[in-house]
Write a protein that binds this ligand. Structure first.
Ligand code: FAD
Ligand code: SF4
Ligand code: SF4
Length: 415
């Protein structure tokens, strides 16, 4: 009797719609454009995905790391996935499609075999945290189980005469646990529905306060939120969540999910140095890390802090006043202003070049971690400036860049 024909099995890559916060990171990362989305779900095209794993480490929620063994001819289509509200369970496979069969092995990409993404897919930053970072909690509260926080403060931190309306918002969690680390973010579920009648999806905001609270010892945290009144192209737009947050009054309640993020974290070991490069609300995680360090000055364990902070004018720099009051021997502040009257235009990458000797000295120290946060697109300019600083001194940037990535010492968060 003839043996049954082997069945072609696929280890299908899926995204958990219940946990995904629609941040777009995976779609930007995928080197072969296998990820797509509509206003409801992010999904993976089974005909394109090659299991390279490049999208897995950057996903802040872990929702992307889901795999199902399916008969290839019955793989879940993009259309099907777009309609999901939750992941389907495991399907049982026909007996001749056992995963150990030769055909299954060749057909199913084994994620473990792709620990390192191919060079073309290598992200600019690290996909691991610094070795000494504390262990983060993620996904404690989800879309299905959000928690309610109370607004205990909301005020503008940019000049009222400027177009840039950025708010410092303090949320209190009362008796409920919400453990966070500097560099993590939370999700906010704005009330109401989108144009299709579905609840608005969550928006992500970086923490602006350190792990022990906006006020040390309190169960609260702060956010730095820019009111979106224009889209990326400059056309008038009304950002759903940012306007909701900026308009909140004291004692209002907000639905929160998270926390998220397991790589953009600060080192915990003594004498670790931080180079922080940011624009606009990208200052939120830098404020959190700076304040964590400031509260620990007395321990004698705080390393060197160097900040490059870009904005159009001083009055558009969130937290400008408090920042300038920090002692100069605690933090080396470099402000890059691109539209200050009577001053030449300067961007963060110009200042990195100007401060080349100090930047090189810090980069030569294995205790230094670099964080970049802010506008989409600043990644390229910052990387070019760092490369130039090293090449000027006869150093090989590509080797250092690789080391920084592998050791979790170079992190980007742009949006
Ligand atoms: C990891 C991460 C951390 C973030 N941290 C912060 C933070 O600390 N502070 C903060 O203010 N935002 C932060 N964001 C951005 C935030 O999540 C929202 O995208 C932003 O507030 C806009 O949401 P919205 O609902 O107001 O606008 P939407 O209603 O989603 O969009 C309205 C229109 O504005 C465009 N748009 C969306 N965002 C922007 C933007 N930033 N600039 C210009 N146009 C935009 C959209 O394309 C759309 O056309 C972060 C995003 C990520 C992924
Ligand atoms: S949460 Fe993860 S799966 Fe969802 S869009 Fe962001 S990166 Fe992609
Ligand atoms: S595993 Fe690779 S190919 Fe598949 S979706 Fe993720 S990044 Fe794209």
């Amino acid at each position: 009797m003839n043996a049954p024909l082997p069945v072609d099995v696929l280890k299908q890559h899926l995204i958990d719609p219940e946990i995904c916060i629609r941040c777009n990171t995976c779609e930007e990362t995928c080197p072969v454009d296998a990820i797509t989305h509509d206003s409801a779900n992010y999904v993976v095209d089974p005909d394109i995905c090659n299991g390279c794993m490049a999208c897995v480490p950057p996903c802040p929620t872990g929702s992307i790391d889901n795999w199902r063994l399916v008969v290839r001819a019955e793989a879940y289509s993009v259309q099907e996935q777009l309609g999901w509200e939750e992941l389907p369970g495991e399907k049982s496979l026909p007996a001749q499609a056992a995963p150990e069969s030769t055909q299954a092995e060749s057909a199913a990409p084994d994620p473990a075999a792709f620990a390192e993404p191919p060079a073309a897919a290598m992200p600019a930053g690290a996909s691991v945290p610094p070795w000494s970072a504390a262990h983060p909690y993620v996904n404690l509260y989800t879309h299905k189980t959000p928690m309610t926080a109370t607004v205990v403060g909301n005020y503008r931190v940019t000049g009222t005469d400027t177009e840039s309306d950025i708010h410092h918002i303090v949320l209190d969690f009362g008796e409920l646990p919400f453990p966070v680390l500097e560099g993590q973010s939370i999700g906010i579920l704005p009330p109401g529905e989108d144009a299709q009648g579905r609840p608005h999806h969550a928006r992500q905001y970086s923490l602006a306060s350190p792990r022990d609270g906006e006020r040390a010892g309190y169960n609260n945290l702060s956010l730095t939120v820019k009111r979106v009144t224009q889209d990326y192209g400059g056309a008038a737009a009304h950002g759903v969540c940012s306007n909701y947050l900026c308009d909140l009054a004291k004692n209002d309640t907000v639905r929160v999910i998270g926390p998220f993020g397991h790589t953009f974290l600060m080192p915990n070991h003594p004498r670790a140095n931080l180079i922080m490069i940011c624009t606009g609300t990208g200052s939120a995680p830098m404020r959190a890390m700076t304040e964590r360090s400031r509260r620990r000055i007395g321990t004698g364990e705080v390393g060197r802090l160097m900040l490059f902070f870009g904005a159009r004018t001083e009055r558009e720099l969130p937290y400008f006043g408090p920042l300038m009051k920090l002692p100069r021997d605690f933090i080396d502040i470099n402000l890059a202003l691109s539209r200050e009257a009577g001053q030449p235009k300067r961007y963060v990458q110009d200042l990195i070049r100007e401060r080349a000797p100090a930047v090189r000295e810090l980069l030569a120290d294995r205790n230094t971690c670099i964080y970049v946060c802010g506008l989409k697109g600043m990644e390229v300019g910052v990387l070019d400036a760092l490369r130039e600083v090293m090449v000027q001194a006869g150093e090989d940037w590509s080797i250092l860049h690789d080391v920084l990535r592998r050791e979790g010492r170079l992190h980007f968060e742009t949006y």
